[in-house]
Each structure stands twice: as C-alpha cells, then as structure tokens.
Design a protein around this ligand. Structure first.
Ligand code: URA
Length: 197
C-alpha cells in the first residue's frame, strides 16, 4: 500500500493552496491494475487523513462497495484501508467549502493523474463522478463522455482497457449501486480468470 507520488510542494492553484491541509495523491496497491478516480479530497476526509476516500460519507460508501466487490478486506470503513486497487483523485487539494474544482485547477493538476496512470497501466478504470469521467474519457478515448447518469455502470472499452463510469458516492442511489456492483462483478470475475487480479 503506497503513494506513487510524494510531491507536497505544488503551488499552482492559489485558492487551493490557501485552503488545503495537505496535497493528497493516490493510494493503494499499484500492482492491482484497477484504479478508482474521484474528484478532489473531501474537507472532513482525505484532506485530514491524506488518503483519498477515507473518513467521510463518500469514503464510507465507496469503501462499502469495495468490500462488496472483494477489493477490500475490512468489513467496516477505515482510515487505513488495505484495498486491492488504487484510489486517486483528479484534483489533489481540497477546494474551499468542497466546491467543484475549476477547469483551470483540473488542468493544473492533470500531470499528477497522468503520471499515476502511466505508472499503473490500469486494465480497469472507474471514473467516479462527472469530472473524473470527463478527464478519463478525454484522455483515453478523445471523445465527449456525455452525462454521468446515462454513462453510469455501462462499460466503455478501448483496445487494452475497460472504463466503468460511476455516479459519485455523494449522489449515488441504491439502484445505481446495485447496477454498478453487478457489472463490476462480471468484469472482476473475468479478470480473475485471466490472472489480471
Ligand atoms: N474524497 C475523495 O478523496 N474524493 C472525492 O471525490 C470525494 C471524497
């Protein structure tokens, strides 16, 4: 379990530098070839712990889904997750009042995400929410992803990867969780059979 990047000195976005407690890079098992990509560290969660999707409601919901998928051993959400995947964000600093990061902030932060994706070479990518969906689909497919609600849990395939968009845990419904788990279980079973997991 590790961070792939240890940069704690970026000052490209003044509003984020003034607000953040720390820079939160991705965390998890870099050999798992599965990456979940969120929006930005939550004010009461990752900004405090330094680990994406911990110690807040979105983190608890995502961690419960990871447990259901067999990608995390803990039965309860934890601040010290040992998940069999990598979890990161498009933007590495917590925006004031948890607002959506601006387009400029997303672009400023993109090199960190691209660096992680290059190192991880993921087979399965789960963009979490509208902002991550756009970043991932623009990068890998060079197209407009459309709405996250329509794209949710519908796999998009490139030559060597599968992208499964997911509505952000802050807004996801029970039916959307079930649809996502069902699709993911099929893909993870296939990955286990080919030794990719
Ligand atoms: N915590 C994160 O790390 N990312 C999100 O998108 C939400 C909460």
């Amino acid at each position: 379990m590790q961070h792939l990047i240890d940069n704690q000195s970026c000052v490209r976005c003044p509003a984020l530098v003034a607000n953040r407690s720390r820079i939160v890079h991705g965390y998890g098992d870099p050999s798992a070839r599965i990456v979940f990509i969120g929006e930005a560290p939550g004010q009461h969660g990752a900004d405090q712990t330094g680990i994406p999707f911990t110690h807040d409601r979105s983190g608890a919901r995502l961690q419960r889904m990871l447990t259901a998928l067999g990608l995390m051993n803990n039965s309860q959400p934890t601040e010290h997750p040992r998940w069999q995947c990598f979890v990161t964000n498009v933007v590495r600093c917590c925006p004031p009042e948890n607002r959506t990061p601006t387009r400029t902030e997303q672009i400023n932060c993109l090199p960190f995400l691209l660096d992680e994706l290059t190192q991880l070479n993921p087979y399965l990518i789960i963009p979490i929410g509208r902002l991550a969906l756009r970043a991932v689909v623009e990068y890998y497919l060079e197209t407009d992803p459309g709405s996250i609600r329509v794209a949710h849990a519908i796999p998009l395939r490139t030559n060597s990867r599968i992208i499964v968009p997911m509505v952000h845990p802050a807004r996801i419904s029970h039916a959307q969780i079930e649809a996502f788990i069902a699709v993911m279980q099929e893909i993870l079973d296939a990955m286990r059979k080919c030794g990719l997991l």
